[in-house]
Design a protein around this ligand. Structure first.
Ligand SMILES: Nc1ncnc2c1ncn2[C@@H]1O[C@H](COP(=O)(O)OP(=O)(O)O)[C@@H](O)[C@H]1O
Ligand SMILES: N[C@@H](CC(=O)OP(=O)(O)O)C(=O)O
Length: 478
């Protein structure tokens, strides 16, 4: 579906189906292994560039205007622009979902009105007197969102979630596409739910790479077109909306880049690039100019918020370079992640907040053997909970998990029924890549260590958050 401007009321109708149990993973990308990366690929005629803009880069009218200027001046064409929901809209939609499911109609109405007003205020600030058509589309999307909440609120949460949370990206791309067209940058809007084909594993849908590849490659990218679409969302072959996991827009952009054999993927951020630690938490973090895919995957996997961990593998398989660039300082040199990037053993630091530690012991004085570990880890998989640190002893298994209430609480309840369980909350996990002993010791200071793990490349320590300050400092000369 290609439109000069999106029509809010024409999204795929949602058949009343119930979610299937998670099927086995669909086959991965069917492309040559280890294809060589060429940093000049983007200069080759006909090669597509993919850009991804996250919530921060379209958080309000001023940010959208700035995005318009960036796209008007950039020379890369054809260009696919993948966009997330505005600012913290996805969090607000999750709160709206909770209100819808709890039958608190007043809370639901006030949250819906607040979201609608915020989006309409952006439309007003951008279009002024010429806002009528866009405002109508935005209103139509909110009507449809409300309708879906009323239709699905008694259905299983993951299914209800995907039918409603996708509206954050549908709204943002509707507004951004309209702004680009109005400000002279011709843009085609596409519904990613018709392009990114997934299974029905709601909230963490698996990509059907073959079907997605065929759809994405059939897009008209000729004569230097600019195409805008949503990150984070997909659809089943029968038109049911799905999502790819929180913060999954980076992954969406990588899927487009992979399927199109793009020259490069550029992720535009509110920081100049990828640093050796979150520059907002470490006062002496330094930017990493060149990095290998493997090292970037490790950083993302261990929780470096700047890139979604699933983003790198589809790029690595085709040798597509990933640039992390600042949308605030356009002249700042980006970080480039590629096959040629250094795998240097430079220490890097990751803080994961809101962690919970579970210490499990068998109730029957037996060992924490493979059978029990298999049982416990299997339950984690079923609950969709990732363990950030696993450590075991003869009669103990310690797990450090994201304290995600809707997933963690039912899991804890089920585990407590069968194991002796001790729980600690409000924890911070520090991960150090390429650690030295003095470095880890200096960073730990006098804090109590609730759990730790270490292998050749990575050290992890778990602290009480109350003992951790907001700002950290990387010890020098260690
Ligand atoms: N190693 C790192 N390098 C750069 N930024 C990081 C790193 N770790 C965490 N961050 C944080 O990631 C933020 C950008 O990611 P995010 O907020 O998810 O962007 P978006 O929503 O625009 O995709 C930065 O503001 C920064 O605080
Ligand atoms: N909007 C979704 C997807 C996403 O990737 O957002 P962002 O690019 O702003 O992190 C989320 O918040 O999870």
């Amino acid at each position: 579906m290609t439109k000069e401007a999106p029509a809010g009321a024409s999204f795929v109708p949602v058949p009343r189906i119930f979610p299937l149990p998670p099927p086995p993973l669909l086959p991965g990308p069917d492309l040559p292994h280890g294809a060589h990366c060429n940093l000049d690929r983007q200069g080759e005629p006909g090669m597509t560039t993919v850009y991804k803009f996250g919530g921060a880069s379209i958080q309000d009218a001023a940010a959208i205007r700035h995005l318009g200027e960036v796209l008007a001046t950039t020379r890369e064409r054809p260009l696919v622009v993948v966009v997330s929901a505005m600012g913290k809209t996805t969090n607000a939609l999750e709160a709206l979902l909770a209100a819808a499911r709890s039958d608190d109609d007043r809370d639901y109405r006030s949250r819906l009105d607040e979201l609608r007003s915020a989006h309409l205020a952006t439309v007003d600030a951008l279009f002024g007197d010429r806002k009528a058509t866009v405002a109508e589309r935005v209103e139509a999307l909110f009507e449809e969102l409300d309708h879906r909440h009323r239709t699905h609120r008694r259905e299983p949460r993951p299914f209800h979630y995907d039918q409603t949370i996708c509206f954050g990206e549908l709204l943002s791309t509707t507004i951004v596409a309209a702004w680009l067209n109005a400000s002279g940058t011709a843009t085609d809007w596409h519904d990613a739910r018709e392009l990114i084909v997934t299974d029905a594993h709601h909230q963490a849908a698996n990509i059907d790479w073959q079907a997605t590849g065929a759809k994405v490659r059939s897009l008209d990218l000729g004569s230097g077109r600019l195409l805008i679409t949503q990150g984070f969302i997909g659809g089943t072959p029968d038109g049911v909306s799905t999502t790819l996991g929180r913060e999954g827009s980076d992954f969406s952009a990588a899927i487009f880049a992979h399927c199109l054999g793009a020259g490069e993927l550029v992720i535009w951020k509110d920081v100049p690039g990828l640093f050796n630690a979150d520059p907002r938490r470490f006062d002496n973090a330094v930017q990493l100019q060149r990095l290998s895919y493997d090292e970037a995957i490790e950083l993302a996997w261990h929780g470096a918020k700047v890139i979604h961990p699933k983003t790198l593998a589809p790029l690595r398989e085709q040798g597509i370079p990933l640039k992390v660039r600042s949308f605030e300082e356009l002249g700042a040199p980006p970080s480039v992640i590629s096959a040629e990037g250094a795998s240097a053993a430079t220490p890097a630091f990751i803080l994961a907040e809101e962690q919970a530690l579970l210490e499990l012991r068998p109730r029957d004085f037996s060992f924490m053997d493979e059978a029990r570990q298999h049982d416990i880890l299997g339950r984690l998989v079923e609950a969709g909970v990732h363990a950030n640190l696993i450590d075991s002893g003869a009669t103990r298994l310690s797990l450090c998990l994201d304290a995600h209430p809707t997933r963690l609480e039912p899991l804890v309840e089920a585990l407590a029924a069968d194991y002796a369980l001790e729980r600690h909350d409000d924890l911070t996990l520090l991960t150090v890549r390429h650690p030295t002993e003095p470095l880890v010791e200096a960073l730990s200071g006098n804090r109590e260590i609730l759990a730790e793990r270490r292998n050749r490349d990575t050290a992890q320590r778990l602290f009480h958050s109350r003992e951790c300050s907001e700002t950290w400092h990387i010890p020098e000369g260690r």
